[in-house]
Design a protein around this ligand. Structure first.
Ligand SMILES: [Fe+2]
Length: 651
């Protein structure tokens, strides 16, 4: 769906003598490009160390190069990557598997055991069904597939191996997960149960005959578990010895013990030890039945034979709490945290989705609009952003508290207001803009810029009103103001972009086309490789040369600025954009005082699905975006549509 492709570096195949982290920092982490565009991959083969292929075996070598890039993306999700480990077997273990998948033109297949059932203890969770925790986790996994799809035309999928075989609650939880994935259009997430691995007769029920399947499953759950141990259990396995001697089993045991203790279970450590053999049998069943899958894991590990990842990333290098054993807290900075309910009951409010308790959100007046007669719901998006909807009817946008929207946008951008009336009335929209902030006036466009698809893609047109993709940017890169140095009194021209963007949407491109992308600075810094610390990046400056109607060179542009309200570090960046990507203005970007490889790293990460929201407009949407904490861009879209947005800039 995106049309920006910058795979131009020389791919690097991991070699034994090369530190894996160095390898990871040099490979593509998900720069979107059109399906089928792999030409640059083969172009980049020159100088690549020979892998398992013979010299001249370009096709096989290309498959291995692509496999290396795919594995680098998977590895970048791993907590081992975040812990900056110096050696890492899983990347090498799975290179032949993924190379074979790519050679056969198949999607890259991954398997993740987990999501057994929602714990029953109120000390851990809010209820028996999936909630915001599972929504975020599934979206995170879909994002991994999307990042792979951006560099490999046949894409990827993740099969979740539903581990629960313990009765009706586990069945209902699994079915609700399937429904959630379908509802949220997570097309690359699939599910299997243990009976699928065992080729148990029950697994063949038509999915439309769920009542019969459920009854059969419940009737045979005990025998399915017994069959697992009979076929894949290891009678000689000593769980206690394994816990003492194997770091991965020790970590898994510690997690089980901790959860059991929180459930007030008697002898949690002993019971946890009894769970280990079954975990081992599950692993054996997977290896026997799905040997050509890349194994993902929710348990921390040394990085051998599997990629351990956080389903809801928080602290770097930690898998954190699982969504089926925790609740989600939405914090004031817009971040998501998996917590135990009693950790946040004092500071956060319990939020329902319909009748279901769904997550906790930090207590704040910004979310309370009742004094204005408005009842609204806040939908928290992955990886960032909120959609605010009226609960019952379509009240006028005149009622919206724009000061609260403005404050919310500092941490929750983009803030989308959907389902309000009068949003297409220009005078009402402008009037509310005045409540949002100081409306800026531009020399060429005045206060309102009407971004209309002109259906003119000639050189004489304008890139913004064409259907071309745009570079990642902030608005106002040409807006400078005179500022006096407090010490020397010298007056300098200082970049002074508008603080906020304010949109209304009059017409959209067809569904699945014409996305607006929003890159979140907080998430950008969260997912930077460890060697690129904030301390290292804050002094970095860059230079931009533009040949468009502004035709200019700007030097000494800071890469990081502090947010005027939150003081959070914010990425200030404009994608390099050459004549191969546009008929209009080109932008050449040079890092002035750091490695030039930083350009590619930023380009990849700003489009990464962990960092960047792909937003799909609906007619009548209002949208407020913080132009300091967020970057944005737009994908291309069909020329034959009436896409139209109006935009105002504010301070
Ligand atoms: Fe823009």
């Amino acid at each position: 769906m995106d049309s920006v492709c910058t795979i131009s570096q020389t791919p690097i195949i991991p070699q034994a003598e090369q530190p894996v982290n160095a390898f990871l920092q040099n490979v593509v982490i998900g720069t979107p490009c059109p399906p089928g565009n792999t030409s640059n991959v083969s172009e980049g083969l020159k100088g690549v160390p020979q892998g398992k292929c013979s010299v001249g075996d370009t096709t096989a070598q290309t498959h291995e190069v692509t496999a290396s890039k795919v594995l680098a993306i998977i590895a970048s999700y791993s907590v081992v990557f975040e812990k900056h480990s110096s050696s890492w077997d899983a990347v090498h273990d799975f290179l032949p598997v993924v190379t074979d998948q790519i050679a056969s033109g198949a999607p890259v297949r991954m398997i993740l055991p987990g999501f057994p059932f929602k714990e029953s203890s109120k000390n851990l969770v809010l209820g028996p069904l999936p909630d915001l925790g599972e929504e975020l986790a599934l979206a995170h996994l879909q994002g991994l597939c999307d990042n792979i799809s951006a560099i490999y035309e046949n894409g990827a999928d993740i099969t979740i191996y539903l581990m629960g075989v313990s009765g009706e609650a586990a069945w209902e939880y699994g079915e609700a997960l399937r429904a959630m994935a379908a509802r949220n259009e997570l097309h690359n997430i699939k599910f299997i149960r243990l009976w699928d691995l065992l080729e148990h007769p029950g697994c063949c029920f038509d999915r439309d005959n769920q009542k019969k399947a459920k009854a059969y499953y419940l009737e045979h759950a005990t025998c399915i578990r017994r069959e697992l141990m009979y076929r894949y259990g290891d009678a000689d396995f000593d769980a206690n010895a394994a816990i003492r001697t194997d770091k991965d089993w020790a970590t898994t045991h510690a997690v089980y013990s901790s959860v059991l203790a929180r459930k007030d279970t008697e002898s949690p450590e002993s019971l946890a030890s009894q769970m280990i053999p079954r975990g081992k049998a599950y692993g054996a069943a997977l290896r026997a039945n799905l040997p050509d899958y890349v194994r993902l894991s929710i348990h921390d590990s040394a990085g051998k034979g599997k990629f351990s990842l956080a389903l809801i990333p928080q602290e770097k290098g930690s898998v954190g709490l699982m969504p089926w054993r925790s609740s989600i807290a939405v914090d004031a900075d817009g971040s998501y945290r998996a917590v135990y309910p009693d950790q946040v009951r004092e500071t956060h409010e319990l939020i329902y989705k319909g009748e279901q308790p769904y997550f906790f959100r930090v207590k704040s007046d910004l979310f309370d609009w009742s004094s204005l007669g408005l009842q609204v719901d806040f939908e928290h998006l992955y990886p960032c952003g909120i959609i605010i909807r009226p609960v019952n009817r379509s009240p006028s946008m005149r009622l919206i508290p724009m000061n609260k929207v403005r404050q919310l946008s500092n941490n929750f951008s983009p803030v989308v207001l959907r389902g309000f009336s009068e949003t297409l009335e220009e005078d009402v929209w402008v009037q509310k803009g005045h409540e949002l902030g100081k409306i800026l006036n531009w020399a060429l466009t005045g206060t309102i810029f009407k971004v209309v698809n002109t259906r003119d893609d000639s050189k004489m047109a304008n890139n913004v009103t064409s259907n071309e993709p745009l570079p990642m940017h902030f608005d106002g890169i040409f807006k400078f103001e005179d500022r006096e140095d407090q010490v020397t009194g010298e007056v300098k021209k200082v970049l002074s972009p508008p603080g906020y963007q304010y949109f209304t949407c009059l017409a959209t491109a067809p569904k699945g086309d014409g996305y607006t992308l929003f890159c979140n600075s907080r998430l950008f810094f969260r997912f930077l490789p460890a060697s690129w610390t904030l301390e290292r990046l804050e002094p970095v400056t860059w230079e931009m040369t533009n040949d468009g109607f502004w035709s200019n060179v700007h030097k000494n542009l800071p890469l990081i600025v502090r947010h005027p309200i939150t003081n959070a570090p914010c990425l200030r960046w404009h994608s390099p954009w050459n004549g191969e990507k546009t008929k209009y203005s080109t932008y050449k970007i040079v890092i002035e005082n750091e490695e030039q490889s930083l350009v590619q790293l930023i380009e990849k990460l700003t489009y990464d699905f962990r960092v960047c929201l792909r937003f799909s407009w609906e007619k009548g949407d209002l949208l407020v975006n913080d132009n300091v904490s967020m970057l944005h861009t737009r994908t291309s879209y069909t020329s034959n549509c009436d896409r139209e947005m109006w935009r105002i800039h504010l301070d």
